[in-house]
Design a protein around this ligand. Structure first.
Ligand SMILES: [Zn+2]
Length: 692
């Protein structure tokens, strides 16, 4: 007989023995047990909980004096009753938080409660509720599988295995059995070592089992050695992702990715050193991160880079709600039709066949939430676009997701031989580099990118610009506010900020956005344009610099008048050698105008979106005003919280700043006429507000 996990003795129905609680100290979740019998009292908390709250167990218990308020305890009692009645639903979101404050969903952490009965050493039994704090994401993944949740340790959503240092599995929780199957005892070292490689396990036990679980050999040996090396250092930890092949329920081989996290621990009972290993199925995550391609690549070195790239594309298309199994139906892979200058152009990402054959991959169901994202991205070709919807549907990654979508639509990846993995790294770095400012944040950037896209596909500038300008236009939108701190140029110059010093006071913000972004691009892992030729790259760089520098509002009127004279002149005199190939200076000027229009594109958004952005801008300006006050500086115009802000002077802003740009713009590009109409509609609303 194979050993049964010790934790199997524990179930919600059977009392937990008091001395077994110590085992929960190694669980990296906050766990406490509270009794809601009258009067409510704290019974026990694990070490993670105590460390986080800075208490001793005695202090935690002593808190019983400050029992929850009457209304709270009613909620607790009701919840407890509910749990008792519905034992099937052991994992229920609680209506209260672990610190007994009203429930709040902070950072994706949810509180779970499970009814338990605790058996003291004296034999006495007490009913309680075990409250666990754990990441909501993990909870969602496991929610559907209640059958794994019957035992006490299942309060931990992580498959947990405890090993001693010779690789012998001491115990594991049911979540681990659920993930690894009943053969977990054969995979004693979790890296899937073969019989001879394994130690600490009785070979007799192996005879009746055929291993159905393999990891690429070199990789697992390296990972195992690296882990042991890391763990020899006291208190250290080790993390790696392994690609694992296994036989699924139907007998078919499936692939998945397992993130192994190992930490050195002491056995809470014997004090012996041991390794705690948690496993997380990161298959979905890996796909989204585009790393599947890389893993596949190392597994199939014969495959060329193109195929590896298309795997990554496949990964991202999954994120975008496209079919993953392109081999099944190639025509379904990310088609998009972009109309340029009246001509319709079908843009299909390059060959999408995966290096993994369709039948060997069981990637599971496409998450339903992607449908929302897909629907949102479908609207990206419209002037009227709600970027806040995108922010929500893309799980807070509007910049990366939209950029990928638009690069695919414009076929830029194929056209410029972009390195997809590096592009993903670049976009991730850029998105992360955006601060959480009310206005100048990654969502604003996504908004500008979307406006730029619309100007390119239907704003009438298509006839002036080529592929490289389109690429540079979208790229400029991505980086044009990179690392913005919410201060304007004037402030940076007055305070002799580092950015002002670096730029000699010439557009300190814009200079920084550019240089910082190009510095990221120079990092080998982010250099997604490495296959472009140097000449084209330097042209591209010049365009991007010209465009981003043009977003300095200090240059506003100069650019408007240049647009007026240069472009209007050309349009009025079509014989003037404009032809099919307008000079570079003119193309750059058009793109400068485009990014300026896009940068204040919220002015022509639907009213609610426009008002939201205006209020955010007002708040950001007020925050600068607050800093100015703190520093005893004169508070800048419109930046004093005590006085009317930008939302009170919108008509004036439109009259003197916005209208000159847009009137010039639509006279050059009548296709954009609708923008001015929409601005006028929003303008009328502001005017009525001003009157009241
Ligand atoms: Zn901007």
């Amino acid at each position: 007989m194979l050993p049964t996990p010790e934790v199997g003795e524990w179930s919600a129905a059977e009392p937990i023995k008091e001395d077994k609680l110590a085992a929960l100290d190694v669980v990296p979740l906050c766990i406490k047990i509270v009794s809601y019998a009258q009067p409510p009292k704290h019974i026990w908390a694990n070490r993670t909980y105590l460390q986080l709250t800075g208490q001793t167990l005695e202090a935690f218990r002593a808190q019983d004096a400050s029992a929850p308020s009457d209304s709270c305890s009613k909620v607790f009692a009701a919840r407890y009753q509910h749990c008792q009645v519905e034992k099937k639903k052991l994992m229920e979101p609680a209506d209260f938080s672990a610190d007994d404050k009203p429930r709040e969903r902070d950072n994706g952490v949810e509180n779970m409660c499970v009814p338990v009965s605790l058996q003291y050493r004296t034999g006495e039994v007490e009913e309680g509720v075990m409250i666990t704090k754990w990441p909501a994401e993990v909870k969602r993944n496991l929610e559907g599988s209640n059958k794994y949740m019957k035992k006490l340790l299942e309060c931990s959503p992580y498959p947990l295995c405890l090993f001693n240092f010779n690789g012998h599995l001491i115990t594991c929780n049911p979540a681990a059995v659920a993930v690894f199957g009943n053969t977990i005892w054969l995979q004693s070292d979790i890296f899937g070592m073969s019989e001879r490689e394994r130690c600490g396990l009785d070979p007799d036990q192996l005879k009746n089992h055929s291993a159905s679980f393999t990891i690429e050999r070199t990789e697992r040996c390296t990972a195992y050695e690296a882990m042991m090396e890391a763990l020899v250092e006291d208190g250290s930890s080790y993390q790696t992702d392994l690609m694992i092949r296994r036989r699924g329920g139907s007998g078919a081989e499936e692939f998945w990715y397992c993130r192994v996290f190992a930490q050195r621990h002491k056995d809470p009972i014997t004090g012996e050193p041991l390794i705690m290993i948690s496993h997380q199925d990161v298959t979905e995550l890996r796909k989204v991160e585009g790393e599947l391609g890389r893993m596949e690549m190392s597994a199939n070195t014969k495959h060329d880079l193109m195929k590896h790239d298309s795997d990554v594309a496949g990964s991202l298309m999954v994120l975008l709600g496209e079919d993953w199994n392109f081999a099944d139906d190639k025509s379904s892979g990310g088609e998009g039709v972009v109309s340029t200058d009246g001509k319709s152009e079908t843009l299909t990402p390059r060959s999408m066949e995966s290096t993994v054959s369709a039948d060997s991959v069981n990637m599971g169901q496409r998450p339903a939430q992607l449908h929302g994202l897909r629907a949102c991205l479908d609207k990206a070709d419209e002037w009227e676009f709600n970027v806040f919807d995108l922010e929500k549907e893309s799980d807070g990654l509007p910049l990366q997701v939209l950029c990928w979508h638009l690069f695919m639509k414009h076929n830029l990846i194929e056209e410029f031989q972009l390195d997809q993995i590096k592009l993903i790294n670049f976009l991730r770095t850029i998105e992360n580099g955006h601060q959480d400012n009310p206005y100048h944040n990654a969502t604003h950037v996504a908004d500008v990118m979307q406006s730029m896209h619309c100007l390119l596909i239907k704003g009438g500038i298509g006839k002036f610009v080529g592929k490289l300008e389109k690429f540079a236009g979208l790229f400029s939108a991505i980086v044009h506010d990179f690392e913005h701190r919410g201060f304007n140029n004037d402030f940076l110059i007055k305070t002799v900020d580092e950015w002002a010093i670096n730029s000699n006071d010439k557009s300190p913000n814009e200079s920084h956005h550019l240089s910082a972004a190009f510095r990221i691009l120079r990092q080998p892992e982010c250099d997604f344009m490495h296959r472009m030729n140097p000449e084209m790259k330097s042209k591209f760089r010049k365009m991007v610099i010209d465009m981003v520098m043009a977003t300095d509002m200090g240059e506003h009127m100069a650019i408007v008048s240049k647009l007026k004279t240069e472009i209007q002149k050309r349009i009025e005199n079509p014989d003037d050698e404009i032809g099919d190939d307008p000079p570079e200076s003119l193309r750059i000027l058009v793109m400068q105008g485009a990014i300026k229009v896009a940068d204040i594109g919220h002015l022509y958004a639907e009213l609610s979106v426009h008002i939201e952005w205006s209020e955010r801008l007002e708040e950001e300006m007020w925050r600068q005003g607050d800093v100015e006050k703190e520093r005893n500086m004169k508070v800048s115009f419109l930046m004093d919280r005590q006085k009317p802000g930008v939302t009170k002077s919108q008509p004036g802003f439109i009259d003197f700043v916005v209208r000159p740009l847009f009137e010039t713009w639509v006279s050059c590009f009548p296709e954009s006429n609708v923008l001015l109409d929409r601005i006028n509609q929003n303008y009328a609303v502001w005017q009525t507000k001003e009157k009241h």
